[in-house]
Write a protein of this length. Sequence first.
Length: 476
Amino acid sequence: MDVKDYLRIARERWLLIAFVCVLTVTAAGLYTLSVTPQYQSTARLFVKTPQSGSDGELQQGGQFSQQRVKSYATLIKGEEVASRVVEKLRIEETPQELMSRITTSVEIETVVLSVSVTDPSPERAQELTQSVAETFASYVRELETPDGQQDAPVKASIVDRATVPDSPVSPKPARNLGLAFVLGLLIGFGLAVLRELTDNRITSRDEISAVSGREVPVLGDIHHDREVPREPLVRELRAHHPRVEAFRVLRTNLQFIDAGTTHKCYVITSSVPSEGKTTTAANLAQVIADSGQRVLLVEADLRRPKLAEYLRLEGSVGITTILLGRVEPEDAIQEVTERLHLLPSGRIPPNPAELLESAEMSKLLDRLRQEYDVVLIDAPPLLPVTDAAPLAAATDGAIMIVKHGSTTTDQYASALERLASVDARLCGTVVTMSPQPKKRRRGYGYGYGYGYGYGYQPETGARKRSRFGRRTPADA
């Protein structure tokens, strides 16, 4: 993966990244609000040794004091000092609890020792810090006084007394929220990359070709349209609607498949349900019929037939009725338009796979092929049932529907294996529900919206003018 891939992941999965950021910042905010504020007071001690007049002795005394300060930084946090402070102030906590709240630091190249104590109360923090400093000064005097003498050669003197802090040292809202935001970005982007690497849903033509092992033509790219659930059929749309243009592109590309054949028959199927095969079959049949060819739609999904319902026709008499010998094909076929006809499924049988694989079904397809220019068969998905595979083998081939961002490479590969097992031909794929590119406006007042084709349509209404006030070619 290169930089462009990471930028693409960030652009496509920004919702995941934003969600993780909001989650971490919210968690940090709740933690900050729930934590009891802690105040810290600091006192400073100066460690000194007896001084003499010579420079060498002064230097040796300074080095001795610096060495002593490092030891004192450990001793002041010890249990002895904490025990004396607890006893002196008569506080209700153990020396170990007090020790955990004492911190020390030694200023570099100096004999100055800083001691701090944190506490939820600022006054109590000041009192504890001052008591620790005073207690330690006395403790040093005891440690450093030789036996039989009254004065210690090393002394720890308080040079800065502890003061009452005016603001807490923790929590720090700005720091916590800032770190949470950065952490959220890193975690969110990491999850986005991980999801991208583990996501096997098909989102590009390269993935289709990689699964099939060869260059499978993508006959059409039907973009997502929010109006599809309300108006699934293109015959209800205006002539220059982008969805209509998309199916015209599909019709044009399909003409190059078996270009020398006068009567064509294709099975339209998918890997799994809900990928748009039925609406694709109905709309493709409509635009082919609009071009002047006689088209027959065959509702061969004998398990969940939907075509007759979409076209608002009666579906109780159809394929099953013909195969049982009760009616002739011409009696079951219904007219959708002058050049588009529908052969419904008929009543749902208990053995759909056996009916579709029967010799009578093969004879029916041969007869229908001779009477129509194009026969499109809406077949069940390949993976749940076996109905579509033998139909594809008995026709010119299958057109696979792949739902963008939903169909996985495993599902697509398994579907191709089903076709290959019966020596059925894969004519091409149609991608449905792909993202709709943003529309652009350019040129001479015409709207070029790269979606379903280019969305090139005539303008209506008042005369159009360019932004410079000149007449456009549409006005001429």
